[in-house]
Ligand binder design. Sequence first.
Ligand code: NAD
Ligand code: ZN
Length: 407
Amino acid sequence: MKTRVAGSKTKTPPASMLYRQRFRVSYSYPVHFTSGLFNRGNTVLDTVFRAFPETPRRVLVYVDDGLASAWPTLIPDIQAWFRARPEAMELVRDPEIVPGGERTKNGWNVVQAIMSTIGAAHLCRHSYVMALGGGSVLDMVGFAASLVHRGIRMIRVPSTVLAQCDAGVGVKTGMDEHGMKNFAGTFAPPAAVLVDFEFLKTLSAKYRVGGVSEAIKVAMIKDAVFFKDLCRSARRIAAGDNRLLADAVRRSAILHLEHIRTGGDPFEFGAARPLDFGHWAAHHLEILSHYRLGHGQAVSIGLALDTCYAHREGLVSRAERDALLRLLESLGLPTWDPVLELADGTGYPVVLKGIEVFREHLGGQLSITLPDGIGRKREVHTVDMAVMRECMDWLKRRVAVIERDPT
Ligand SMILES: NC(=O)c1ccc[n+]([C@@H]2O[C@H](COP(=O)([O-])OP(=O)(O)OC[C@H]3O[C@@H](n4cnc5c(N)ncnc54)[C@H](O)[C@@H]3O)[C@@H](O)[C@H]2O)c1
Ligand SMILES: [Zn+2]
């Protein structure tokens, strides 16, 4: 029997109900290309800080240890800059040096220390964390900053080729965990990016040319003219031409930015990730080599491998494949490494397991970006492992021939 409440009608609740929540959030951040950020007369930093809305503005600064030792006056220069402009931004405490290189993304001690410092300095969501360094330091400091108060604003000052032309301008942070590159990470667009070409002058050859592989990656799938220009300038870049290097960095950074803005999937909900062309192998090669191969070198091998595969699949002509290989080689970048030969107990190359790891990381159906000619791309959803193995063997033979006769 139904109970009636006096004065009310009996109402059966609906079995289910849908309220469709929908909103958009738009992002905008400046990316400045400059030289000598902290030099007297350079107004970029001033302009950027003054455009930030709320005052007082407060910042904590973290500096990559490799950058700090290559530029011994950098920290005093930063301190002097802030001392001279107390109204632009308050430097909450002296800049702190953090470990540079991939090791900084392995382990949580520094992340926790940064979070504690942010807490002790009472930074709020309207404050800033500024990181100067390579892609690894930007990933690690950015990760820490993105966690506190669900995200403190981040100012990035990338200081390697790779960080300036790719890692530093995008929307992601990452930590290596669970035996995987970037297993943990966040989407956290920066408040500003300040690219200072001066910093490139002190890079070792490994990191000077290594980062160019990301420029080649994006040129190969998006911009045939840029690819041609890189082919023309590669030898001079490798020989130390900083003007050509800066030009390549700027064009690559803009192509990455354009992709994030217009690609339709800035936060990577889909399964396709064109900017990760060559990366299923690259990430695995870094791990298998215990990071002897830098990210740039590993990407170079990944590009070589996937372009050979694209040739076998009829997407890339022999001439186009060879142009890519010659471009990598003329920069002194590797196209093969003995780590490709590491095999499991059944003789299966361990690197090929990177394809499944990559699929799992992206989620959904396997989606690998391959070049479709030069300057265009195509997604493929299956990979013929036998053909991929043949490509690895072919690259090994090619490298052996070049080593015997470098002319
Ligand atoms: N978040 C992203 O979107 C994204 C994109 C691409 C790559 N990454 C990540 O970036 C990392 C690689 O970054 P990287 O190639 O910049 O290398 P890196 O950050 O590991 O730095 C390489 C070395 O250069 C030193 N260094 C930095 N600046 C210097 C300078 N100006 N002069 C002399 N030495 C300097 C560092 O101390 C380090 O020893 C990888 O972990 C990769 O996964 C992230
Ligand atoms: Zn990369």
